[in-house]
Design a protein around this ligand. Structure first.
Ligand code: SF4
Length: 311
């Protein structure tokens, strides 16, 4: 997680057509992005970082509101370095706006795509709230959503870019969070809602939270009422063993129950560990093969739900 304060960015905002600022400053030509590198300081900024996404086939522009590496959950597979349990910090929304517009100037009018991305992947897929903690826990989450929406209005070249909020869903009951998500939904926004395990005892172990089924259902219903919502599930082996069959059945049952109660799910994203956990005990975790993920995906596909598997 970058701790450096970024170099000053020019002006309060960068208008299309203005000279695009250099991301990260300096004259050295930065290295091309790699699909294996999700470092938050790839552009030398505090809140904005570019990620080359193999799955999306292009650039994902990350927004990190959790610059203190604190989260209200403690997932065993989390890739946040120095993760602590705690609240999100106050942030300077003006700085976020300057960073985002300065970076987008590089992308839309500068040579960022040509110099940092490989051929065939030189497109912006999304702007993603995916920081070093739970983004909706930030006191500036709603204001940050509005910064992104204003930037997308300003930079017309990004008309096809999605806005993604990657969330553990823990604050979906809060009206300001719901209202902000609804505003994103009107501009191709979507929520990725973390549901890693179907059994409560397994969620306690994997996510470090006490999360009864009923609460999961209430949050999924609240989410999907305001924004297209994808369930996202990270599956992995622990101590060489894949999740048990009863866990798979409980997870399928919970999703089925959410749909039965009226959750309008856009689909399910099933993935495994692409990069090592940075938490204690990481050495016991290992990715699962695609075939194992497919066994979880197939019953949902048969029920008409879209499932995307990344292994
Ligand atoms: S919710 Fe996300 S940021 Fe928080 S501990 Fe889990 S994986 Fe890490």
């Amino acid at each position: 997680m970058p701790k450096d304060i970024p170099p000053p960015l020019p002006g309060a905002a960068v208008a299309p057509g203005a000279a695009a600022p250099a991301c990260g400053g300096g004259n050295a030509r930065p290295a091309p992005l790699s699909v294996n590198d999700h470092s938050r300081d790839a552009a030398g900024l505090h809140h904005v970082y570019p990620v080359l996404s193999r799955r999306a086939g292009g650039l994902s522009i990350g927004i990190n509101l959790n610059t203190n590496n604190a989260c209200n959950w403690a997932c065993s597979y989390c890739q946040v370095p120095g993760l602590t349990r705690g609240a999100a910090p106050a942030i300077d929304v003006g700085l976020l706006a300057r960073e985002l517009n300065g970076f987008l100037a590089q992308v839309v009018e500068g040579d960022f795509l040509a110099t940092r991305l490989p051929e065939g992947m030189r497109r912006v897929n999304d702007i993603a709230f995916s920081g070093n903690g739970e983004p909706t826990a930030s006191p500036a989450f709603a204001a940050a959503c509005d910064v992104v929406l204003a930037a997308l209005d300003l930079w017309r070249g990004l008309a096809d870019a999605r806005v993604v909020v990657i969330s553990n869903g823990s604050l979906l009951h809060q009206a300001p969070v719901q209202q902000a998500l609804a505003r994103l939904a009107r501009r191709r926004g979507e929520l990725w809602f973390k549901l890693d395990r179907g059994l409560e005892e397994q969620r306690r172990r994997v996510n470090g939270v006490q999360l009864p089924d009923q609460l999961v259902l209430e949050r999924l219903l609240a989410a999907s009422a305001h924004i297209p919502t994808w369930v996202q599930t990270c599956l992995f082996a622990e101590g060489g063993a894949a999740p048990e069959e009863r866990e798979r059945l409980a997870w399928l049952q919970l999703i089925a129950e959410a749909r039965r109660q009226g959750a309008r799910l856009a689909g399910v994203l099933l993935y495994t560990l692409a990069r090592p956990s940075l938490q204690p005990g990481a050495e016991h975790l290992a990715p699962l093969p695609a075939a194992a993920l497919e066994a979880w995906a197939q019953p949902l596909r048969s029920s008409g739900l879209e499932v995307r598997v990344s292994a």
